[in-house]
Design a protein around this ligand. Structure first.
Ligand code: SF4
Length: 62
C-alpha cells in the first residue's frame, strides 16, 4: 500500500502537510501537496490527513 494525492483535486490547503510532515510536503511551484514518503510513513497521521482533506484527494493505492 502506498499513499497518493490526486493533484488535480488538491486545493493546496496544507492541512495534510501540517498533520503529517514526514509524508506530505507542499510543492510551492505547483501550489499543491505532494507525497515525499509513499511507503513506511506513520499510518495514523496518514489516516488523519486522509480524513481531514477537504476534497478527499488523498488515497491508498494497492
Ligand atoms: S489536505 Fe488535501 S487539499 Fe489540502 S493540501 Fe493536502 S491533499 Fe491538498
Amino acid at each position: 500500500m502506498k499513499v497518493i494525492i490526486d493533484e488535480e483535486e488538491c486545493l493546496g490547503c496544507e492541512t495534510c502537510v501540517e498533520l503529517c510532515p514526514e509524508v506530505f510536503k507542499m510543492n510551492e511551484d505547483k501550489g499543491k501537496a505532494e507525497v515525499i514518503l509513499p511507503e513506511g510513513g506513520p499510518k495514523e497521521c496518514i489516516e488523519e490527513a486522509i480524513d481531514s482533506c477537504a476534497v478527499s484527494c488523498i488515497h491508498w493505492e494497492k
